[in-house]
Write a protein that binds this ligand. Structure first.
Ligand code: FMN
Length: 219
């Protein structure tokens, strides 16, 4: 075992005085209220950035890709996130409009996984989403060219300074590539870690007629 492996072995997971209990028998019929409850509970328990999530997509060859994003909403339409349609993820979603999301809330030993098809929301929603955010968010979006190869840090500094000026002068400036995406879940899994490793896994799967099937999974 090399030093790094030995170091990894010293790290603990869920080194907490107590883990929350999750009784799947009391879970609601649909995943959305439970997701909202868990995200609020993670925040209340001190989880930094509980709205941070991983977004997995696949490219045209079927190869997976993954990155971190912020959750912008979760409602009856689905789980919302936003990015440039011209970014790597935007191109992948245009080619293969399916994705998975992962949330991990270490302070509560909880994980949520969401899978399903993705659609772009109407353009007005993407622009409203952007303009409801900070000048920095608009400046970053105006800088554009996300996922393109960057020639130098100086090139970015120049483009960013110009974008900040434009964002400050015109806070309603549209950014045509900025897109709000909606993932409509077909599966949502809630995982509650347990000190004895008897983790609880509850999976919701879309059933006919708009309802949900619930099933437990072996951990
Ligand atoms: C905490 C965190 C939050 C992020 N939130 C977003 C986001 O909401 N939208 C976004 O486009 N990129 C966000 N990013 C940047 C993405 O992780 C990624 O670098 C970028 O979207 C380019 O991804 P792509 O090349 O796969 O398209 C965030 C990064 C971090 C670390």
């Amino acid at each position: 075992m090399d030093d790094f492996d030995a170091f990894l072995h010293t790290l603990r997971v869920w080194d907490l005085p107590e883990l929350p209990r999750f009784d799947p028998a009391t879970a609601p019929e649909a995943p959305l209220p439970l997701f909202r409850e868990w995200l609020r509970a993670a925040h209340a328990a001190g989880q930094p950035e509980p709205h941070g999530m991983t977004l997995a997509t696949t490219d045209a060859e079927g190869h997976p890709d993954v990155r971190t994003l912020m959750l912008h909403g979760a409602d009856e339409r689905g789980w919302h996130f936003a990015s440039h349609a011209t970014s790597a993820k935007g191109r992948q979603l245009a080619e293969r409009p399916y994705a998975a999301l992962g949330f991990y809330w270490a302070v509560q030993a909880r994980q949520v996984r969401v899978r399903g098809p993705v659609v772009a929301a109407p353009d007005a929603e993407g622009q409203a989403d952007l303009h409801a955010r900070s000048t920095g968010s608009l400046a970053a979006a105006l800088t554009g060219r996300m996922s393109d190869v960057l020639g130098s840090q100086e090139e970015l500094a120049r483009a960013s300074a110009e974008a900040w000026e434009r964002a400050q002068a015109h806070p309603d400036l549209p950014v045509p590539t900025w897109t709000r995406y909606l993932l409509a879940p077909t599966e949502v899994e809630f995982f509650q870690g347990d000190a004895q490793r008897r983790h609880v896994r509850l999976r919701y799967r879309r059933a006919g007629g708009g309802g949900w099937m619930r099933e437990l999974l072996w951990p």
